[in-house]
Design a protein around this ligand. Structure first.
Ligand SMILES: [Zn+2]
Length: 392
């Protein structure tokens, strides 16, 4: 057994325990979290740390397979150009792609990440995942705007799924983005989601012209998609924002991670809350700054179910949930640290259906134990120097 204490222990559920004591078994399972009411009495073998102790972090959105694009894509060029750059670099069949994925996985471990919702367009990341201590849920991402391609896509999807299942990797199908899937493909994904109670994860409103495309068949995104695939010349606007236009074809009763939300309006949020009770707003602020040099208005989401993702090394300089939280904390200091920490722990675990195993310090769970050092305790805020140390 080990006993930990710190200035504060965050329980994952939204509470700080000042000078609390956390007891764990040798395998890391939680025995109990004791509220000392701030009066810590010295006891034998109690490990005291300066900082905040939290459950392990959940990275709700990553693309491990894009790790080879680290330092390859120019910053701040906006989503349409980002997509073109990723496609241009696809020929880089880099020999050390596996090494880059392994490094990325190890970086996440060092950053106290215990679970990842990972997008896969192919099976290249599967070996790294099965050899990792991190719990991965693989979203097999499907793309296809032309309904005539549906048979081809279904065969492709089923083949990747077979590979994932052979390796016992938790997985399900998911659509890429609002602007890249036909209604037929959404129906295939939705039918499967109903049958298997799977989780949906979709890139949402990452660039301003995504809404323009659906409202009026105009804008930079549509122009650039038309260059990649002439089928987009036939694109018909729905006259609504991209989010409601797409979500109407997604299941109401499955957990749905809406990823990015940089250009999501208050009206969109209301619409989603009327449509489903199972939406999670996954924020990836450092990726938004990298690609669009813009953050969502995170104040709009303060009362919503939010989780946090890093996105991939193609659009981020690190895979660290704490760095994402710092970015939010420095720009939106009005949002309490307990809220941010819940987004990074319990909410992420719940979004990936892992809430019974990780995400909080509740008896029997093995959530991992992080220490965040260098906290500004006067303002209960992060510093530039705030860092994660994995305690278990
Ligand atoms: Zn992404």
């Amino acid at each position: 057994m080990r006993k930990f204490s710190a200035n504060y222990i965050f329980d994952g559920l939204g509470n700080f325990y000042k000078n609390g004591i956390l007891k764990i078994d040798d395998d890391g399972s939680i025995i109990e979290l004791i509220d000392t009411n701030g009066n810590l009495v010295e006891e034998n073998k109690l490990e005291f740390y300066n900082g905040i102790i939290t459950p392990g972090f959940v990275n709700s959105h990553c693309h491990l397979e894009l790790s080879y694009l680290k330092n390859k894509i120019k910053e701040g060029t906006s989503l349409p150009n980002f997509i073109s750059s990723v496609l241009e670099n696809k020929h880089l069949n880099i020999e050390n792609a596996n090494l880059e994925m392994k490094n990325a996985d190890e970086q996440m471990k060092r950053e106290g990440i215990v679970a990842v919702g990972d997008i896969s367009n192919n099976s290249s990341s599967f070996q790294t995942k099965i050899n990792s201590k991190i719990k991965y849920h693989t979203f097999i991402e499907l793309i296809g705007i032309d309904a005539n391609d549906i048979d081809k896509i279904e065969i492709f999807a089923r083949n990747i799924k077979k590979e994932a299942q052979k390796l016992n990797l938790s997985n399900n199908y998911t659509p890429h983005a609002t602007y890249s899937v036909s209604e037929k493909l959404l129906k295939f994904i939705t039918d499967d989601a109903y049958k298997t109670n799977s989780i949906i994860s979709i890139h949402n409103q990452e660039t301003e012209s995504e809404n323009e495309m659906f409202l009026a068949a105009k804008g930079e995104l549509l122009k650039s998609l038309q260059k990649i695939n002439p089928y987009y010349k036939k694109f018909k606007p729905s006259l609504f924002n991209s989010l409601p236009s797409t979500m109407i074809n997604l299941p109401k009763c499955n957990k749905t991670l809406l990823v990015h939300n940089t250009f999501t309006s208050e009206k969109d949020i209301k619409w989603v809350n009327n449509y489903t009770k199972y939406a999670y707003w996954c924020l990836c602020p450092k990726s938004n700054l990298f690609i669009e040099n813009k953050l969502p208005n995170i104040n709009l989401f303060a009362n919503e179910k939010v989780c946090i993702g890093t996105d991939s090394l193609a659009s981020n300089t690190s895979l660290s949930i704490l760095e994402e939280l710092k970015t939010i904390n420095f720009t939106f200091p009005n949002i309490d640290l307990v809220i941010l920490l819940k987004w990074a722990t319990y909410n992420g675990a719940e979004a990936l259906n892992l809430q019974d195993k990780i995400g909080s310090f509740e008896k029997g769970k093995i959530p991992g134990i992080n220490l965040i050092e260098n906290i500004n305790f006067t303002d209960m805020a992060f510093n530039e120097q705030s860092r994660v140390k994995v305690l278990f």
